[in-house]
Design a protein around this ligand. Sequence first.
Ligand code: PHE
Length: 356
Amino acid sequence: MASEGAGTAQGLVLLFESLASVFSTEIATLQTEPEIRLAQARYLGKKGKATELMKQLGRIPPGDRPAVGAAANRARESIEKLVEERLAGLAEASLAGELARSVDVTLPGRGRRAGTIHPLSRVRMEIEQIFLGMGYEVRTGPLIETEWNNFDALNTPADHPARDMQDTFFVEGGLILRSHTSPVQIRTMLAGPPPVKIIAPGNVFRRDDDATHTPMFPQCEGLHVDKNVSFEDLKATLITFVQRFFGPQTDIRLRPSFFPFTEPSAEVDASCFLCQGKPPARATCRLCKGTGWLEIGGSGMVHPNVLAAVGYDKYDVTGFAFGMGLSRMAMLKYGVTDLRLFYENDLRFLQQFPAG
Ligand code: PHE
């Protein structure tokens, strides 16, 4: 470029003009801002083409220089204008692209799956509602407990098999993971005088792990202590509960049993709500396996030693207590046969329990 016309004012003016027009073809092919800026520097930068041309200014007669300077300025301005226009065009195109994407109302929606309440939570909430309706309060307590709250206060002496390493998880500092929610009953009684009418839902821990046991499981226990609370009250409470939970035809059966913290004690069975416990359906019932009864938990009259341990007058008040496993209640109610399904969080399982 420096050859033709170089050295004359006329030639330099022509060269500046062609500089701008060559730049305009070059910039048209560039797609990004960095590419455009580089091209701009190749023309207008310190070592750019326009700067190189200006060096020839000294060789032309002084009288012709203003015309060449004006041509140089025009070239610079038109190159800068081309850069600005091209950058603005790019910005507009990318904005238009974004807008086009965000307003495409013909695209199918992404959808959002509504969550459902876990069957164990559902069962817990249902049980809470039933007992709230009978005047009970819901109480909870810590998962890490003292041995005194979990065992001693509950008339479970140090040599009782339930305190063995095999059943209980020990943590540092002489504490344990609670093996039932009965310590919540102890805490509640320690916190205030009778009457007490509470249920205590919550997770408990035992060293057990097979098809019918998990090392952690949810439980719900109940306690009613007042003047003149009798075994009859326990029975009426349990009947009311099973009828509301399983259905109005449900009956209960109490079988003599043993718990250190209750005397007398009883295992609670509910009549099978699937076959109603009646032949011939009973014989082939998959739920009660032909027995007509479903085991749901333990119960009994609060042992006087427990009342004494929390400072209650064992001659003045009596009480009953009961406890049940929520996984077992959920298995019975929903016909689930493997306990582990509750803990695997498989959506195909959980989606079978719709919201509501
Ligand atoms: N605490 C007992 C358990 O976890 C259940 C129970 C509570 C039994 C109250 C009787 C009375 O096995």
